[in-house]
Structure formats: C-alpha cells, structure tokens
Ligand binder design. Sequence first.
Ligand SMILES: Nc1ncnc2c1ncn2[C@@H]1O[C@H](COP(=O)(O)OP(=O)(O)OP(=O)(O)O)[C@@H](O)[C@H]1O
Ligand SMILES: [Mg+2]
Length: 333
Amino acid sequence: MDLEGMTVVELKDTLRSLKLPLDGNKAELIERLEHAAQTMPESVFQYDDIKGMDPLIHWFKMTGRLFSPEAAIYGFTRFPAGVLLTGVPGCGKSMIAKAIANEWNMDFHRVHPEELVGPCVSDNERFMRELVDDLAARAPVVCFMDEAEKLLGQTKAGSMYRAADAARDSAESILLQFMEDDNSGVFFIFTANEFEKMSPALLDRFHGRFFIDLPSSTARKDIISSMLEIRQRNPSDYDIERLAEISDGFSGRDIRTAIDEAMKSAFFQDARPLVDSDLVEAFAQAIPTSEIHKEQIADMREMVSQGKMRAANSQEFGAGVLAVKGGSQLEWV
Ligand SMILES: Nc1ncnc2c1ncn2[C@@H]1O[C@H](COP(=O)(O)OP(=O)(O)OP(=O)(O)O)[C@@H](O)[C@H]1O
Ligand SMILES: [Mg+2]
C-alpha cells in the first residue's frame, strides 16, 4: 500500500476499518498503519495465483518434494537451503514467498529489520543467533528476508543503524554457518534488488537464484482476469486483450493499482457498474514500472544474459521478452 501517497482522510478511513486510534499527524498515522501491516496475518497465496512464471513454479514444485520422507528414503541427505529472488519491484517476490510456505505446508517467518539490527554493536550477533535458534525450533519453516542485501550486504552507506561492520559480519557468519550445518528444514527465501552487494559466500549458499521480470502480455491477461474475478467481475465483460496491450511495461502491482483506481471512480459515481472505459482510462494514466525503473531493469536483465541468474518468467519468443539472438546471446526484444 502506498501510504505516503494517501491523504489523511484515506489514512484515517483505513485505520478506522482496522479499529485503530485516529489521532496524530500524518507521519504518526502512517507509522501506526505500517506497524499494523507488519503484525497482520500474511495473506494466503497458491501456485495458481502466480501468473507467468512456469520455470520458477516448476523449480519450486521439484524443490518442495525434497522435504518429503520419500526423498530421504531415495537417498537425499540434506534439505535444500534456500532460494534467492531478485527482480522488478511489484512483480511477485513477496507473493511467491507466501505461496511457497502455504504450498509446502510450512510455517512462515518474515524477518523484520528490527529483529536483526539493534542499537548496540553486540546486538546484531545476538539477534542473529536468536533468529536461527528460533527457526531451527520451528522447522520446517520458510524464512523470508526481504531486501537481504540491505540487511546483510557489504554496503555500509545509507544504513540507518550503522552497526560496526565486524559485528555485522559475524552476524552474517552465524547465518552462513547455520545454512551450512543445520538440517532441520529451514528454507530461506531472500530477496535482493542489488544482489551483487551480498557477500559471495552467502550467494554461494543459494543454489536457486532467479530473476523475476515484468509480466509478459499473456501473463498480464491472466493477472487482469484473475484480479477482476477476485473483485467479483466477470472478465468476459471486459476487453482483456486491449487492457493487456495498453499495460505493456506494467508490474502486477501496477495492474492491481490501476484496476482499483478504475473501481474507485465508478464507485464514487453512485456505485455504478465498472465499465471497460474506466479500466482503459486508469491504465492510460498509470506510469508503468518499466519507465520508473528503466535502468535498474536493464541491469538485472544483463545478469540473466550473463548466466548469473535464471529467468523465472515463462518465455514467449517474439512477444517482447527474452529471446535468443545470434549464437547463444540472449537479448530482450
Ligand atoms: N506474476 C504475478 N501474478 C499475479 N499477481 C501478481 C504477479 N506479480 C505481482 N502481482 C500482484 O502484485 C502484488 C504485489 O506483488 P509483490 O508484493 O509480491 O511484489 P514484490 O516483487 O514483492 O515487490 P517489492 O519489490 O516492492 O517488494 C501481488 O500481491 C499481486 O497482487
Ligand atoms: Mg515484496
């Protein structure tokens, strides 16, 4: 939710619906909502909710089987340690993590920054020790660390807490050791926007490393249809082909935001039915993620072509996605 972009009235409406106090200035209202969002139960997703990512889903289906008793009988000696997801913002990383915990029938633990980084230098180490002990006790569990490179990465600038690097490194080495030794069934899902800032030793622990790109045209059709269905609309009442065309460059989140905008304008006009033109207008007004994050996306695609990451998205040759051009060179067309 874009809390900063909401008006005070909208913030208060949301707080009211959650039965939370309405006093305070805008910053305080936002803080209260952020806190509520962090402590809210996670939404439940399934593989089927994730559109246009067949290679990644296939990998998850295979990897999930390794937690079964049959895998141990077959001769596997270790559980898989984790997966690293990088990709375009709003294209499903968090959603995938929740879907995995649900599909694998595991507990889900999302690591919040304050759980790992404290004001005292020694906190970081102690917090990490507590985290991994807790995870081992709760196994099988999926541990989700969003923006892991910011928490653990080698970058020092811009950190809110500026813990001494030595302590941070040893917090990281506790994690590394744990991932190496532990076999109680803790599966780490890390997301990183700049995964090159993560230490090579940590990167090595992740056998699965996937890049999640913007949804293709087919995926956008599926996302639009399923989002309309969730909102009690019949997709066949709308021109899905056209909406998919004009949403080129949209993330899944952009699509969701545009659909909600369209519904909002119809709803404010005496709750009249949602029509195609509402959607077309909202889609036309949105600024797609492909424009906002143009350079970042180009850099990330480059990593896929260099073989550092695997493409999570289903490939559609000639449909504006990854294609092989001249020899084994991968290019985006
Ligand atoms: N491939 C997809 N299929 C279906 N829905 C999607 C897809 N990608 C994104 N969405 C929708 O967009 C929402 C936002 O996605 P999500 O929060 O998982 O993105 P993210 O990659 O974690 O973003 P961020 O980088 O900002 O954390 C999802 O809850 C879902 O409604
Ligand atoms: Mg996310």
